[in-house]
Design a protein around this ligand. Structure first.
Ligand SMILES: *[C@@H]1O[C@H](CO)[C@@H](O)[C@H](O)[C@H]1NC(C)=O
Ligand SMILES: *[C@@H]1O[C@H](CO)[C@@H](O)[C@H](O)[C@H]1NC(C)=O
Length: 437
């Protein structure tokens, strides 16, 4: 029989070696290696292609949601469904705080795919042209990695598969259904052909703009094009409205607070010699600050009404907030930026973690960034180095470089694992449980 001292030493050694072994396999580089193994990466590619062939629009992601749930079932991961019609929230870990969430969006776009390949969209007029098929596959990949290390997780990872990002309201509906209750931190990303595979980019503070839409009807009095004196011409009034709207950003906005006003729609008249009764115009406005956004909204309405009245026209403005809720700016937590730089740097090398300018695009991840104490959104490089042209998101020629899938899965998993181990909850009471499964 060994001495008590010997037993203690042996125990300590075996404990130490198991800690060392497990920490090396679940460190960021180890997780990337695991995610690159062909069995796991081929599986993600297969899921992504299946979803790509069957794109579904916002709140209609029934098959996509089913694929997700079947895979979670296979992995033995508990989930809640439905949330926000088709949404799914999976749970990996202790079921106790801290809670860290990872988010993927599921919806496709109403457009025809122009890429000719084996797994082209089988649904006419619908296409995954924004990479959400890949986002789903990567979050499932992360689920698999996390499930492999579930016994070592020091808290709970909430896997959020949300509907209707393109309609701008899926995240909001998920939040209203309690999907991020007691969640301390949330991470989300978007694929981009701007950077090569193995490069990620983000920044602390605003990363995406707040955005909204507007539509105005400028009403005059139609008549014969040869007798303008007998009409009130809405074409001229609307034209001046467009020009005046362009002065908002150039003359009323702090140049350091980036904003955009774009008139993208202008409809009026049907004949060469008939002045119409009215003109409809509309567009979008963006701002990196929420204060700038509400100021812009107010001024757009004032300028449309006042400028139309100069030419004796009446105007009404509709921000269509019900169909297209205003999107707040997405603001990244400074703490999580440091966390991201550390974790992504360990995985990819710090020179592959780039600080990026904000973009005036929007993502409804913004609602999560408002609802959760700390949120972080970044871009995942997937440039195809074949040297061909790069088609941006929402192009009918958009493609995914599937080599990026392992990177997205490993980053998701690493950011969550490390977050939990560094923000371990001191209490084991169940006072702070996530909503009931
Ligand atoms: C504008 O509205 C006023 C008040 O309702 C109305 O009297 C006038 O006829 C309208 N003008 C046009 C051009 O529609
Ligand atoms: C890169 O683009 C080429 C040509 O467009 C294509 O044949 C190839 O499959 C792409 N590679 C990846 C990894 O997507």
């Amino acid at each position: 029989m060994a001495s008590p001292k010997g037993v203690a030493l042996a125990l300590l050694l075996s404990l130490l070696s198991s800690v060392l072994a497990s920490s090396s396999s679940r460190d960021p580089a180890g997780l990337l290696e695991r995610a690159k193994e062909s069995e796991l990466s081929d599986w993600m590619v297969g899921i992504r292609r299946r979803i790509h062939e069957n794109p579904e629009l916002g709140y209609e992601e029934f098959k996509t949601s089913e694929i997700i749930r079947r895979e979670l079932d296979d992995m033995g991961i508990a989930y809640k469904h439905p949330i926000a019609v088709t949404g799914v929230a999976g749970f990996v870990g202790t079921g106790r705080p801290p809670f860290v969430a990872l988010r993927a969006d599921m919806d496709a776009l109403a457009m025809q795919e122009s890429v000719e390949w084996e797994h082209k969209s089988k649904v006419p007029g619908k296409m995954h042209a924004c990479g959400h098929d890949a986002h789903v596959a990567m979050l499932l990949g992360a689920a698999k990695l996390l499930q492999e290390y579930r016994d070592e997780l020091q808290g709970t990872v909430v896997l959020l598969f949300q509907p209707a990002e393109e309609r701008g309201s899926g995240a909001k509906k998920m939040i209203e259904a309690g999907a991020v209750e007691n969640v301390d931190a949330i991470f989300g990303f978007h694929v981009t052909p701007e950077f090569p595979v193995g490069v990620v980019a983000s920044r602390p503070g605003p990363i995406l703009a707040g955005s909204g839409f507007f539509e105005a009807v400028i009403s005059g009095k139609g008549g014969h094009g040869a007798l303008p004196q007998e009409t009130i011409d809405p074409i001229l009034a609307a034209s001046n409205v467009v020009v005046s709207l362009q002065h908002l950003v150039s003359r009323e906005t702090d140049p350091m607070d980036s904003q955009v006003v774009t008139v993208a729609k202008f409809q009026g008249g049907t004949a060469f010699n008939v002045i119409p009764d009215s003109v409809t115009l509309g567009g979008t406005f963006r701002s990196l600050s929420n204060r700038g956004f509400s100021q812009l909204k107010q001024r757009i309405e004032e300028v449309i009404v006042a400028q139309a009245s100069v030419q004796r026209c009446n105007a009404t403005t509709d921000f269509m907030n019900k169909e297209h809720p205003f999107l707040p700016a997405t603001v990244n937590s400074k703490d999580l930026h440091e966390h991201f730089q550390k974790v992504a740097g360990e995985m990819l090398g710090s020179n592959n973690v780039i600080e990026k300018q904000p973009v005036t695009g929007g993502d409804d991840f913004a609602f999560f960034s408002e609802a959760v104490p700390r949120a972080y959104y970044y871009f995942l490089g997937m440039k195809n180095d074949s040297g061909g042209p790069h088609h941006p998101a929402h192009s009918p020629y958009f493609t995914i470089n599937e080599e990026a899938l392992s990177y997205g899965a490993a980053l998701h998993a690493s950011l969550a694992v490390r977050y939990l181990s560094e923000n371990r909850s001191p209490s084991t009471s169940n006072a702070n449980l996530h909503y009931e499964l």
